[in-house]
Design a protein around this ligand. Structure first.
Ligand SMILES: [Zn+2]
Length: 451
C-alpha cells in the first residue's frame, strides 16, 4: 500500500500540470462557438493517455461530441476495469464573479480554482495518476472512456455504448464524477434520485375581467394556481402527494449549521420536511415549482387573469418508478384545484432513480482501498440529483459492478462560479483508485470474487 501511495505522490506534480493544461481549454460543448475547443480537448486527452502508456487510443463520436477511448489489455486471467470521466465542462457563467479567470487554473489555500478543475477534468487526472502510478502497466486491464457531452445530458452516450460495446466491456466500471462527504471523508455514491416534471395549467374564465367589476365573485386563475401549488406540501413542507415511494438513507449526521451554510439559507428561514437531512435529500421525494407563466408585473392591470401555468419538478426516491410518480403527481393536481378551476397537466421529462447494490467482493475491495487512501471509511452516499448516464452504463453492462466515486467535496461549487478542486482530495482519490486496480488483480482472492 505504501508503495502505491508513494508512487501516486511521485506522479502527482506531472498529473497536476496536465490537469492545468486541460482546464485552459474552454471545452464547453453547450456553446456552439466553442465546439472546436471540445475537439481540441479530446485531442489533448488522447495525447495524455497515449503518453501515459495506453497502446490503443482513439477519438470516437456518434454524431455528438468527441469522446476518447484508451485501452490497456488485461494480463491473462485478470479483470478489466473501465474508468469513466468527461472532458466537457459547464459554461463559466458571469466571468466578473470569478475571483480568478475561469480558464486560468489558480491555486489558493490548497485548492485549484477554474472551470472543470473538479467537474470533471479531475476525474481524468485521477485516472491518469492511477495508471501512471502503476508505471503504465497495471495488473488489470484498463479502459479509459472520457466523454465530451456529459454536461449537455449525454445525448449520444447510448449510441456510443452500443457502437463500441466490446471495446468498452468491463468487469468493473468506475465512474469518477460524483462528490465526497468532506475533504477528509470519502463517499461511495450508491443511489440517485430520479426526476419527473410537468406543466400544470389552471383556467377559471374564458376571458380577462375588470377586477373592480368582478373581483370577489369570479376567481382569477393565478390565485387558483397558487392554492393548487400550495396543496403539494403540508404546513411543515413535507410532500403531500399520495402514493409516492420513500427509501432509506445511510445513518449519517448532516449538521444543521452545515445545511444553512451549504444551501445559503437566509437568517430565519427554516428547513422543510421531516426526517434526517440525508433521508430528505437522498431517500424521499421532493417537489419544487420551477417556473410560473402569468402576467409580468410591468404589464399588470386591474384584471382577473383567466389562465396561468406552472412547471412542477419532482425528485423520485431510489426504488420508485418515475412514470408512476408522474401519474400520481398528475392525479393530485387534477383533484386539488380550488373552486372547480379547470386543470390541464402536460407531462414533461422522466428520469428513473437508481440504486446500486453495493455489496460483494468488488465493493469490499473498493471500501478497503478508500480506507487505506483516506484513513477513513467511505460513507454510502446518495445523490439528490440525477445522473442519467449511470443508468445507461447499467443497462449496457448489467453484469458489471459499478462504482461511483469522485473528486468533488462540499466546497467545489461544480457548475457554479469559482469552481475548485481540493488538491488533497485529488491525491486521496488517485491513491484509492491506484490501490483498487492493484487489489482487483489480487491473485487467489480473484477467484473468490468471481472475477
Ligand atoms: Zn460531471
Amino acid at each position: 500500500m505504501t508503495d502505491v501511495a508513494a508512487r501516486v505522490r511521485e506522479v502527482l506534480p506531472s498529473v497536476r500540470a496536465d490537469l492545468e493544461a486541460l482546464v485552459r481549454i474552454e471545452s464547453v460543448w453547450a456553446d456552439p462557438a466553442r465546439r472546436d475547443e471540445v475537439r481540441r480537448s479530446a485531442e489533448a486527452v488522447s495525447k495524455l493517455l497515449s503518453e501515459a502508456g495506453f497502446g490503443d487510443v482513439r477519438i470516437i463520436s456518434e454524431g455528438g461530441a468527441p469522446a476518447v477511448i484508451a485501452h490497456h489489455p488485461a494480463p491473462p486471467g485478470a479483470p478489466t476495469v473501465l474508468l469513466y470521466a468527461h472532458h466537457d465542462v459547464q459554461p463559466e457563467g458571469d466571468r466578473a464573479q470569478w475571483h480568478s479567470p475561469p480558464f486560468e487554473p489558480t491555486e489558493r489555500d490548497g485548492r485549484l480554482y477554474g472551470r472543470g478543475t473538479a467537474d470533471d477534468k479531475a476525474g481524468i487526472a485521477t485516472h491518469l495518476a492511477a495508471f501512471r502510478a502503476h508505471g503504465g502497466n497495471p495488473p488489470v486491464g484498463v479502459t479509459v472512456f472520457v466523454e465530451g457531452e456529459e454536461e449537455s445530458g449525454s445525448p449520444s452516450l447510448g449510441a456510443m455504448l452500443a457502437a463500441h460495446r466490446d471495446e468498452l466491456a468491463a468487469d468493473v466500471i468506475v465512474i469518477a464524477d460524483s462528490d465526497n462527504w468532506s475533504p477528509d471523508l470519502p463517499s461511495l455514491t450508491v443511489s440517485l434520485r430520479g426526476l419527473a416534471d410537468c406543466v400544470v395549467e389552471v383556467a377559471t374564465l374564458d376571458h380577462g375581467l375588470h377586477s373592480g367589476m368582478w373581483g370577489g365573485v369570479a376567481p382569477d386563475a393565478v390565485t387558483a394556481l397558487i392554492r393548487l401549488l400550495a396543496s403539494l406540501h403540508d404546513d411543515d413542507g413535507n410532500v403531500a402527494v399520495e402514493g409516492l415511494h420513500e427509501a432509506s438513507a445511510a445513518d449519517v449526521d448532516f449538521p444543521a449549521e452545515r445545511v444553512r451554510r451549504d444551501a445559503g439559507l437566509l437568517d430565519g428561514v427554516r428547513e422543510i420536511g421531516s426526517g434526517s437531512v440525508v433521508q430528505r435529500l437522498w431517500a424521499k421525494p421532493a417537489i419544487t415549482v420551477i417556473g410560473i407563466d402569468t402576467t409580468p408585473i410591468a404589464s399588470a392591470s386591474n384584471t382577473l387573469i383567466p389562465r396561468a401555468r406552472a412547471k412542477v419538478s419532482m425528485r423520485v426516491a431510489p426504488g420508485g418508478d418515475a412514470a408512476e410518480h408522474l401519474a400520481a403527481l398528475t392525479r393530485h393536481l387534477e383533484q386539488h384545484a380550488p373552486w372547480g378551476a379547470r386543470v390541464t397537466v402536460t407531462p414533461g421529462d422522466v428520469g428513473q432513480p437508481y440504486a446500486i447494490d453495493a455489496t460483494g467482493p468488488v465493493y469490499d475491495a473498493a471500501r478497503a482501498a478508500f480506507r487505506q487512501a483516506w484513513g477513513a471509511d467511505a460513507i454510502d452516499a446518495g445523490v439528490g440529483g440525477s445522473i442519467p448516464f449511470i443508468a445507461e452504463f447499467a443497462k449496457a453492462y448489467p453484469e458489471a459492478k459499478i462504482l461511483v466515486t469522485g473528486v468533488e467535496d462540499p466546497d467545489t461549487q461544480a457548475h457554479s462560479i469559482n469552481e475548485s478542486l481540493h488538491l488533497g482530495v485529488l491525491e486521496r482519490a488517485a491513491t484509492a483508485e491506484a490501490l483498487l486496480l492493484e487489489s482487483l488483480a489480487g491473485g487467489q482472492e480473484r477467484s473468490d470474487r468471481g472475477l
